[in-house]
Design a protein around this ligand. Structure first.
Ligand code: ATP
Length: 238
């Protein structure tokens, strides 16, 4: 794959505060072109805050976010999307009273010049074509997650950021969703994946970071993390 190992995303010394209270401390991480990078961490560790910071959704912060060497630290979310990042937010944030197609249209809004055709989306997610006139709120949990991912793909991102895509899904659907993430990566998409499903997330990713109480306490290859005794004890209950 061309472009592999080039730096796509670089977060440096990110600190975030809510009402003056610090929740992230000097967080630094990177994603290279072609990678899946996993962020692991318990509830409240700061994973969503980190993701929101990348997308310009957090005001009070220090540090830098570079995307393809462009400084995107201080720009609003719709401009971040124009740089080629796209977010699948925690809890999906679909519009339940709008149809599948209407939800997809919204995904194309910030970046109209590079919208992916629905044919491409429906090839990836045939079930969404079957349900295209259905209201998003009537889809099953797994279908809603597929729609949230599809909506994020509409802007043809270079980096897809997924915030706990398996949240609230049955074990079978968790596997389906994470297998989809792996398939997207094999087709060339770089991915930053926030997940609590540690084993599966590390199995499909190349590298990972562990966020604990707002600090990155470990980073390394997914293989090393998966076989690390401390990680296994803390996150896999082994
Ligand atoms: P979860 O897995 O539960 O979503 P998380 O790792 O994504 O957790 P965050 O949601 O980023 O963690 O929260 C990090 C810390 O910041 C927590 O202590 C949380 O209570 C706090 N926090 C999050 N959002 C806000 C906010 N808008 N105002 C104040 N504190 C917040």
């Amino acid at each position: 794959m061309t472009g592999e190992n080039t730096r796509l995303l670089e977060v440096s010394n990110l600190s975030v505060f809510y009402s003056g209270l610090q929740v992230l401390w000097d967080v630094s991480l990177s994603v290279n072109s072609g990678e899946i990078v996993t962020i692991l961490g318990a509830n409240g560790a700061g994973k969503t805050t980190l993701v929101h910071s990348i997308f310009g959704l957090v005001r009070d912060r220090k540090g830098k976010v570079l995307f393809r060497n462009a400084d995107i630290s201080s720009i609003p979310a719709y401009k971040v999307v124009k740089h080629g990042l796209s977010l699948v937010p925690e809890r999906r944030e679909l519009f339940p009273k709008m149809t599948v197609i209407e939800n997809l249209e919204i995904g194309g809004f910030p970046r109209q010049e590079r919208v992916v055709g629905y044919d491409e989306i429906f090839t990836l997610f045939p079930v969404l074509e079957e349900r295209k006139r259905q209201l998003a709120g009537t889809l099953s949990g797994g279908e809603q997650q597929m729609l949230a991912i599809a909506r994020a793909l509409i802007s043809r991102p270079s980096l897809l950021v997924l915030d706990e895509p398996s949240l609230g899904l049955s074990p079978l659907l968790v596997s389906t969703v994470l297998d989809t993430v792996a398939t997207l990566n094999k087709s060339g998409l770089s991915i930053l994946l926030v997940e609590q499903n540690v084993q599966h997330a590390l199995e499909i990713s190349q590298r990972g970071y562990i966020l604990e109480n707002g600090r990155i306490i470990r980073g390394g290859s997914s293989d090393d993390l998966l076989h690390d005794d401390q990680v296994r004890a803390a996150y896999l209950g082994i």
